[in-house]
Write a protein that binds this ligand. Structure first.
Ligand SMILES: NC(=O)C1=CN([C@@H]2O[C@H](COP(=O)(O)OP(=O)(O)OC[C@H]3O[C@@H](n4cnc5c(N)ncnc54)[C@H](O)[C@@H]3O)[C@@H](O)[C@H]2O)[C@H](O)CC1
Ligand code: K
Length: 483
């Protein structure tokens, strides 16, 4: 089941893998033509009504696969109003090849003739609200044509996600949809066929630039909308919580505070004036600090627990007590991971172990990425939390959905990259569900490493990653063209 957003993610990931949208459109159009062949015999009159987006583009492509039919193409609007290059190029090919194709500039001039079958290629996953003109008149003309109606992807006017039908939506007899069915088609009373269009399984299996399209930051948002993150760390180490906090800021958090022992507070503040430090008593995080830190945590969207805490017994006790009392999403990293298997909590944990830490938690790992993914998936299901298992290929799994991330390079084994990843997870989990946040964070962290190596060669240090995160998080053009 694919929402319109998931379709956009897969298309962009397919493009990054070397399968451009125009190729997907060619496959979609071919699938439409196959559906036509199954419904009417060669020689039949087929009227293709095309919108100005890629749904229309699919219909334009289909015309080229229907030479044995009396196919006519009716573009709703001027060719200059076609919204995408790939749809426009397909229109231009029809005109150049002298197909029976017309621009309908006045909806009352729409003349479908007496078709045996109408292809509804007006609107698909890009629809919004009731059909406007000329789609509304065209939909009515389809009904008047008294022909079989085959809709492309979704009946025009049906919301692909929620299934809500616009009052003037097309009544389809048949629907041909692509790659996977759509939630909105459950409510459609028509024969639905799902056709592959050549999106490689890798577009789903591996995190790609398309995953950066997931709704997260609303650019029109206001301070505090994009997440307030609390890092609980420091003790033996001060660099780790500073890296995690700075990374959270670079990954989009609006406010990041660091709860840390008094003795490291000043050192931490020294790392960056962007950090707000909330010191607690003592040399290390201990049970006596849990109430204070828990109270602080309630005022934040996400918590990142672990960077630089150390593994003193009292600290691990405190970590377990803190987790058992929290709700919301908590990123757990480094030594704090040890307490996760035993802790009962209402919080959703996003755990970011490397393979040694995974084994210490009771999980298993393997050299083969696919096998490692299966083992991690089983362990995440057992734990009941989301795992981001770091490695040459990261594995992200919540026990059901399992994906792998291939960005990053050998230079990233340097200390601190895990703290940067944990901070990025903290920021992204404030605006995405934990699984999506882990996918995007793993992708961006590795991509930041690749950007740094490409620009400066090896010798990468963790602070380089922090600075490269904004560039690594830059979204591809949703309509086409990888970043
Ligand atoms: N991976 C895949 O499944 C692929 C699917 N393909 C097809 O692409 C469309 C989605 O195309 P898109 O350009 O994003 O949107 P639409 O064509 O559905 O519509 C946009 C178009 O329609 C106008 N519009 C929006 N709402 C209304 C309205 N209520 N009334 C009138 N007009 C409206 C809007 O202004 C735009 O002009 C998908 O469904 C598939 O068919 C790709 O071809 C390949 C990959
Ligand atoms: K349609």
């Amino acid at each position: 089941m694919l929402t319109a957003r998931e379709v956009a993610v897969l298309d962009a990931n397919a493009e990054a893998l070397g399968v451009p949208r125009k190729q997907l459109m060619e496959s979609s159009g071919n699938a439409v033509a196959r559906a036509v062949r199954d419904l009417v015999d060669p020689g039949a009159a087929v009227a293709i009504v095309a919108g100005r987006g890629n749904n229309g583009g699919d219909g334009l492509v289909a015309a080229r696969f229907l030479d044995e039919y009396e196919a006519s193409v009716h573009l709703l609007g001027r060719a200059s109003a076609i919204g995408t290059d790939i749809a426009r190029e397909n229109w231009e090919a029809l005109i150049e090849a002298e197909y029976d194709a017309h621009e309908v500039t006045d909806s009352s001039a729409l003349a479908l003739g007496d078709p045996d079958l109408v292809v509804d290629a007006m609107l698909g996953t890009g629809v919004a609200g009731d059909l406007r003109e000329p789609e509304a008149t065209a939909a009515a003309a389809m009904i008047d044509a008294d022909a079989t109606v085959l809709s492309v992807d979704v009946p025009s006017g049906v919301d692909p996600d929620g299934g809500v039908r616009a009052s003037n939506a097309v009544d389809a007899d048949h629907v041909v949809t692509f790659h996977d069915t759509k939630p909105g088609l459950r409510a459609v009373d028509a024969e639905v066929r799902v056709e592959p269009i050549g999106i490689p399984a890798a577009a789903e299996r591996f995190v790609g630039p398309g995953d950066l399209l997931r709704p997260g930051r609303d650019p029109r948002g206001h301070k505090g909308d994009h997440g307030e993150v609390l890092v609980v760390g420091g003790g033996p180490y001060t660099g780790a919580p500073a890296l995690a906090a700075r990374s959270a800021l670079r990954a989009g958090a609006d406010l990041v505070r660091v709860a840390c022992p008094h003795p490291v507070a000043r050192a931490l503040q020294g790392y960056s004036e962007n950090l707000i430090v909330r010191p607690f008593e003592g040399e290390r995080f201990a049970p006596g600090n849990v109430a204070t830190v828990a109270a602080l945590a309630t005022g934040h969207d996400t918590v990142v627990l672990g960077p630089g805490l150390g593994d003193a017994t009292a600290t691990l006790d405190a970590a377990g007590q803190l987790l058992s009392g929290l709700g919301g999403t908590v990123v757990v990293d480094a030594d704090a991971l040890q307490v996760v298997p035993e802790v009962e909590t209402d919080a959703t944990l996003l755990c970011t172990p490397h393979q040694g830490e995974l084994r210490a938690m009771g999980g298993e790992t393997a050299a083969d990425p696919a096998e490692r993914a299966d083992l991690a998936e089983a362990f995440a299901a057992e734990l009941g939390h989301t795992l981001l298992v770091k490695g040459a290929q990261d594995v992200i799994t919540d026990g059901e959905r399992t994906r792998r991330n291939r960005t990053g390079n050998a230079g990233m084994t340097v200390g601190g990259t895990g703290d940067v990843l944990a901070g990025a997870c903290g920021a992204l989990a404030a605006v995405l569900d934990p699984h999506a946040a882990a996918c995007v964070a793993a992708f961006a962290n590795g991509r930041a490493g690749d950007i740094v190596v490409a620009e400066r060669g090896h010798g990468l240090v963790a602070t380089d990653l922090v600075d490269a995160l904004p560039q690594a998080l830059r979204r591809p053009d949703a309509a086409g063209g990888a970043a």
